[in-house]
Design a binder for this molecule. Structure first.
Ligand SMILES: [Zn+2]
Length: 339
């Protein structure tokens, strides 16, 4: 089985995101948000059948761990109440996709974060999505301010109430920023990759995993700059008299394969143990074009994985085993959804 652990609902029916625009406009003007729009099952089906499902079938993958559009989370917009209403709407839509396509999609929720608001606020929505919808993880934004980094680092006790709930529910978080509202950042080009790198470094300099040995994070986009600069991170840890990174972080941190060229994938596989790599493509997402050098979509990451010098056992781990291990609820939920 080939499980893609990183997919977003980037093709949701138009009225869904249109409502978000109205909601934020109403908030700015001090009005109540309009009622949420009706979205039919047929509209959801069309958006998936002609989008992510079509690509799953064309590329030969089986299941996508599916979450709301990441850039659309917009935790820097509105306030705690608008974030809550938006997260509820987005997660409900993911649940409807997973209900219609139980063999192809398993849900992961976005959290109702807001800059400067305690992550404690996210616990109820996380619990609702896991216990009522059967979701198997969450996306955690390390920078709800959208490019200004106003909240404490991930190792800070500020985040602990959320981590306690994640461990209790046995769900991992993908450390995933949203859109940048700081013009110095390009959302998917620099803010995403910096968010990945910053998230990793915040874990390195904290005692987070000593306090939460069962907490699991997925660093997306191949880990940002992490594999490329692994020597720097090892050296910093050494200078700080910390244990080797393998021992310090690799029981808890995993990297996905959303890297859009073969040399990058080769480096990831060379530096990071196969046990810590999870297959992912993030399709349909940040890069939608075809690479003229290969003639294939940049985000068709399975093509690169097939060219890596993994043993069959390692490849099976990357495609399936590691994903099932990191997303502790996935196997049971999948059996349930497969009927
Ligand atoms: Zn993503």
């Amino acid at each position: 089985m080939i499980i893609d652990c990183h997919g977003h609902y980037t093709t949701s029916p138009r009225q869904h995101e249109a409502w978000r625009t109205e909601q934020i406009a109403a908030h700015k003007e001090g009005r109540a948000a309009p009622a949420r729009p009706a979205i039919s099952d047929d509209e959801i089906r069309d958006s998936i059948v002609n989008g992510q499902l079509k690509l799953q079938q064309e590329r030969g993958t089986d299941l996508t761990i599916f979450s709301p559009r990441a850039a659309g989370m917009g935790h820097h917009l509105g306030d705690a109440s608008t974030s809550e209403a938006w997260a509820t709407a987005c997660n409900e839509l993911i649940h409807r996709v997973c209900t219609q396509f139980p063999r192809n999609f398993i849900g992961v929720c976005m959290l109702p974060q807001s800059a400067g608001v305690s992550p404690r606020n996210c616990i109820a929505e996380l619990e609702r999505c896991v216990t009522q919808y059967g979701f198997v993880g969450c996306n955690l934004n390390p920078d709800p301010s959208g490019g200004y980094w106003k909240d404490p680092p991930l190792g800070d006790r500020y985040w602990y109430p959320l981590y306690e709930k994640m461990v209790e529910l046995d769900v991992p978080a993908m450390i995933h920023v949203s859109a940048a509202c700081n013009p110095a950042w390009h959302t998917t080009g620099s803010h995403y990759l910096s968010g990945d790198t910053a998230g990793f470094m915040q874990c390195l300099t904290s005692d987070l995993f000593k306090n939460f040995p069962k907490l699991k994070f997925i660093i997306p986009h191949g880990g940002g700059a992490v594999p490329y600069h692994w020597g720097r991170f090892r050296g910093i840890a050494q200078d700080m008299k910390l244990p080797p990174l393998q021992e310090l972080l690799l029981n808890n941190i995993f990297f996905d394969t959303c890297v859009y060229h073969l040399p990058g994938q080769e480096l990831l596989a060379k530096v990071i143990p196969a046990e810590n790599i999870l297959f992912a493509s993030e399709m349909i997402g940040a890069v939608r074009g075809i690479d003229p050098e290969s003639g294939h979509h940049y985000d068709d990451t399975k093509r690169y994985i097939e060219q890596l010098p993994f043993t069959p056992e390692q490849k099976a781990k990357v495609y399936e085993g590691n994903v099932r291990r990191v997303y502790g609820r996935l196997s049971a939920q999948l059996s349930k959804q497969m009927g």
